[in-house]
Design a protein around this ligand. Structure first.
Ligand SMILES: Cc1cc2nc3c(=O)[nH]c(=O)nc-3n(C[C@H](O)[C@H](O)[C@H](O)COP(=O)(O)OP(=O)(O)OC[C@H]3O[C@@H](n4cnc5c(N)ncnc54)[C@H](O)[C@@H]3O)c2cc1C
Length: 261
């Protein structure tokens, strides 16, 4: 079984800077981590490989330092990793990100299952999984909390919904996004760390993917960030005086005036 895991490196801090020219996140020079939800996607891929054989390939689109995240994936069980990195990919919105990942997956060709995290902790849109499935024209199941059965042609999974779980069957290849309830990710092994250290991770550029530069990065993005700002916090405090009844009446008047009730 050939399993592809999409994994993104994200800032491990909220102290980030925004490029005032492009309104995009400055990703250079900050502490980065593997998107936490993607560690569950990787763990599930590695468990399937251990049970049914095959290999796990991890793909990430990002700046050159995203290689660290891919090495971390190798240390926790991934067999291979591919970095999609090119200045032409910079400024991608979710559409351009999904398109670039889809082109890489189509280049790989031979796969049974694509696993993504449910969302990232920076972009936070949860759009890449479904967009990617649409572009690859394969079935998609979100919020998967358990893989009940899987063979080379089908799988049956449980997905989380507000009231409980749904059980869904799908033919393969398919794409799933997973929630953290699906497993407990393992820590790197000594053997894994040694493998990661010596791993050579291929980088695929726009040219290697054979994509027109106008279809990727900022040029290929359907959306633009017009403005980014931090909401101003204004604290007004007032201590109400008088009897309990008059305090309650005064509070109700104030809430009415502020149109909060
Ligand atoms: C309107 C808009 C404009 C944006 N413009 C910019 C910009 O100019 N510059 C910029 O740096 N960012 C920009 N972003 C953020 C950028 O779009 C996202 O970082 C990226 O598209 C992934 O979306 P997400 O983080 O919301 O992922 P989600 O959809 O929340 O991710 C779901 C899953 O998809 C997979 N995945 C997501 N991204 C990747 C990846 N890169 N590689 C591998 N797997 C991945 C992971 O498995 C992840 O768990 C923009 C976002 C929006 C909404």
């Amino acid at each position: 079984m050939n399993i592809l895991v999409c994994l993104k490196q994200v800032p491990g801090t909220t102290k980030v800077n925004i490029d005032p020219q492009t309104n995009t996140l400055v990703r250079q020079g900050i502490e980065n981590i593997v998107n936490p939800f993607d560690t569950y996607a990787l763990e599930e891929g590695v468990r399937l490989k251990e049970r049914y054989g095959g290999k796990v390939t991890v793909i990430s689109m990002g700046p050159p330092q995203a290689e660290e995240a891919l090495k971390e994936a190798i240390s926790t069980g991934a067999d291979e990793a591919i970095l999609l990195s090119d200045s032409a990919f910079a400024g991608s919105d979710t559409l351009a990100t999904s398109y670039t990942l889809a082109q890489a997956i189509q280049k790989i060709q031979d796969y049974d299952l694509v696993i993504c995290g449910r969302q990232t902790i920076d972009g936070d849109t949860a759009q890449v999984g479904p967009e990617l499935a649409e572009m690859l024209e394969i079935p998609f199941i979100s919020y998967v909390s358990k893989i009940e059965e899987i063979d080379n042609k089908h799988m049956r999974v449980q997905r989380m919904v507000e009231e409980g779980h749904e059980v869904i069957e799908t033919p393969l290849p398919a794409l799933i996004t997973v929630v953290k309830e699906i497993n407990v990710p393992r820590l790197p092994s000594l053997r894994g760390l040694a493998k990661a250290k010596s791993a050579v991770i291929p980088t695929w550029t726009a040219q290697e993917l054979g994509v027109d530069e106008n279809t990727v990065g900022l040029s290929g993005s359907a959306t633009r960030v017009i403005k980014i700002f931090f909401p101003q916090r204004v604290h007004h405090g007032e201590i109400l005086q008088g009897s309990l009844e008059s305090q309650a009446e005064s509070l109700i008047d104030k809430l009415r005036d502020a149109k909060l009730i």
